[in-house]
Write a protein that binds this ligand. Structure first.
Ligand code: FES
Ligand code: FES
Length: 164
């Protein structure tokens, strides 16, 4: 049976938006169809984190959510965090630290790190692991990614108001 078309309204990267969708469309598919292609399709099963976006400030797997579950909520994608011309602090550290290989995992990593930085004032390895362990990287062995993140977090702890 053909799924019935519907609309869904939510705030996307700070702008109220309404999209056509279907009851079985995943949020990731809607976002990518609408041009927000930073979120990637990896496993489609909630295990790799390539599709990570923020839903009301929490990192979620957009491949697992139906688009209609975003109704009335706030969705943020990597496009709201940084661009090629104006990378975020963490993105710049990833570049400077040579932490990016194929890059497929990086938008998801950045979104999970964004959730961490917005929710927590103090950081330790356990907290970093809690936020970041849902994001897999097939290329790098993680060390340079986590080192880049720790540099950002260390600066934030040293000068909280300057880096927020
Ligand atoms: S594509 Fe969503 S968790 Fe892998
Ligand atoms: S840089 Fe290739 S998957 Fe992480």
């Amino acid at each position: 049976m053909t799924p019935t078309s519907a609309t869904v309204s939510f705030t996307l990267n700070g702008e109220p938006q309404t999209f056509f969708t279907t009851p079985n469309e995943k949020l990731l598919d809607l976002l990518r169809r609408e041009g927000y292609r930073g979120a990637k399709f990896g496993c489609g099963q909630g295990t790799c984190g390539a599709c990570t976006v923020l839903l009301d400030g929490r990192a979620v797997y957009a491949c697992l959510l139906f688009s209609m579950q975003a109704e009335g909520r706030e969705v943020r994608t990597i496009e709201s965090v940084g661009t090629l011309d104006k990378p975020s602090e963490f993105q710049q550290e990833l570049i400077d630290g040579g932490a990016v290989q194929c890059g497929y995992c990086i938008p998801g990593m950045v979104m999970s790190a964004t959730a961490l930085m917005e929710a927590e004032d103090h950081y330790n390895d356990e907290i970093v692991r809690e936020y970041m362990d849902g994001n897999l990287c097939r290329c790098t062995g993680y060390e340079k990614i986590w080192a880049a993140l720790r540099r950002v977090l260390d600066r934030r702890e040293a000068a909280p108001s300057a880096s927020r």
